[in-house]
Ligand binder design. Structure first.
Ligand code: NAD
Length: 445
């Protein structure tokens, strides 16, 4: 099938690769000329495991191409997949301007019978607006609309897109459903679970999924605050809870809280769209408050551990919002950096992949080229993103590079007994701090 993908960002590019892999002729279109130039040369505009290899492979088949000219992608397409960004407005509402712009182009160029697939995450009711906009052409062309939300995880994007745990198709149009069944035929045949719903249900299901994941994280972070006060261990509490299959262990890790492009804006957008239709979804306000509190709590631990922040060097390990991505959008690590800088600390960050992105996002943050360079002379190391390189670092070498052997683990990612053995003062989240087995006196450098 001829497919157009509008927006070749983190979701759009991966969608291009997956649909080309399924055997379709895919044209990815984007307004960002540099991005398209790079894509044509086989260069990915962001880091994601296995992505460039997949690009080289699919470009080599001749089934995948890129353009800045939307008409070139849209005109021949049977299916037009909208993957543009839907960032948050200042009040939390989803900003749908890019969606509207893309749909205006589709209204101009789409052929009769084409299916517009809404893959961007949007509030329930958006597809109806899309349908209205498309029907205003009045030239007799019929363009169908379906919602097909994306559930991929950054860091696992290609894998998740090729092997999704569910595919949701929301549409009331029989033509759209038949077309999408053909689009995804190999996946349907391979037994992947397809769930067919109404359009608003599909839209809401995506926001609900992300809001629920965020709720789990904020729930366990509230428990962490409680554990710190009563002397319980939040990791053990989470293990006990997670052993119940009705609850599940995933997303019950206490720490700096959720971040990234999706969870923060999707929780806010769901709360705003509920308010818009007259329902006060107060739970979601609390989820957001607790998430902000999670960064504050780690900042307070750092301050407590080093006494006064002014003049102290803090090494921040990990800047991306999670491992295996270079995405720093709404990264809790950067929120923590801002907070520590505002209180007079000297913060030196390190990230194996996200240094360039972090420099753009927070120019006042110093960034080191290696983990040890960041740690040298530090009064405290904070683990903000649980990259393997950080978890596997040699603790004795790290300790010897620092002014004071103090480590605040904002992800509860390191084993306390190893820190104890290596001579650290170790401060996890929602668990008892650990003193070194043999306190090592380090002379002030
Ligand atoms: P992104 O910022 O990486 O990519 C968006 C792309 O759209 C950019 O390349 C931008 O230049 C392009 N664009 C903007 N306006 C355009 C237009 N009018 N025509 C053509 N291109 C245009 O964003 P993303 O992370 O890929 O997210 C896209 C959507 O997918 C969002 O709604 C997001 O919530 C959703 N989503 C994201 C993820 C994720 O993990 N990033 C997961 C699931 C769903």
């Amino acid at each position: 099938m001829q497919v157009a993908v509008i927006g070749t960002g983190r979701v759009g590019l991966v969608t291009c690769l997956t649909l080309a892999n399924l055997g379709h002729e895919v044209v990815g279109s984007d307004v960002d000329e540099d991005k398209i130039d790079g894509l044509r040369r086989g260069t990915a505009p962001f880091f994601e495991p296995d992505l460039e290899e997949a690009m080289v492979r699919e470009l080599g088949t001749g089934r995948l191409s890129f353009t800045t000219d939307a008409s070139e992608a849209i005109t021949p397409a049977e299916v037009i997949v909208v993957c543009v960004g839907t960032p948050a407005r200042a009040d939390g509402d989803a900003n749908l301007l890019a969606v509207e712009t893309a749909v205006r182009e589709i209204a101009r160029f789409a052929r009769d019978g084409a299916v517009v697939v809404e893959k961007s995450t949007v509030p329930a009711g958006t597809a109806e607006r899309v349908r209205q906009l498309l029907s205003r052409g009045g030239d007799g062309r019929q363009v169908h609309v379906a919602s097909n939300p994306e559930f991929l995880r950054e860091g696992m994007a290609l894998h998740d897109s090729l092997h999704p745990d569910r595919v949701v198709i929301g549409t009331t149009s029989d033509e759209a459903r038949a077309t999408l069944d053909r689009l995804y035929a190999p996946m349907i045949e391979s037994g992947i679970r397809f769930i067919y719903t109404g359009v608003e249900t599909a839209e809401l299901a995506k926001h609900a999924s992300n809001a629920f994941l965020a709720t789990k994280i904020s729930f366990v972070n509230s428990l962490a605050r409680l554990c710190e006060r009563i002397g319980a261990d939040v990791t053990d509490v989470a293990d006990v809870m997670g052993a119940d299959p009705r609850i599940g262990r995933a997303f019950l890790d206490a720490g700096l809280g959720y971040g990234g492009y999706c969870l923060p804006k999707d929780v806010a957008a769901l709360e705003r769209s509920a308010t818009r239709v007259g329902y006060r979804f107060g739970l979601l306000n609390e989820v957001q408050r607790v998430n902000d509190e999670a960064v504050e709590a780690v900042a307070a631990t750092v301050e407590d551990a080093v006494w006064n922040l002014e003049g102290k060097r803090i090494a921040l390990f990990g800047l991306a919002f999670k491992p295996l991505t270079d995405d720093v959008r709404s990264s809790p690590a950067l929120a923590l950096a801002r907070r520590l800088l505002a209180h007079g600390a000297e913060v030196v960050g390190y990230d194996p992949k996200a240094a360039d992105e972090a420099r753009v996002e927070l120019p006042e943050l110093r960034i080191a080229g290696t983990l040890l360079e960041a740690a040298t002379g530090a009064h405290c190391v904070v683990v903000a993103t649980a990259w393997d390189e950080i978890l596997e670092t040699d603790l004795v070498t790290l300790r010897d590079a620092m002014t004071h052997p103090v480590l605040v683990d904002g992800r509860n990612a390191l084993p306390p007994d190893r820190l104890h053995e290596a001579g650290f003062w170790y401060y996890p989240v929602g668990r008892a701090p650990v003193a070194p087995r043999h306190p090592i006196l380090v002379s002030e450098r």
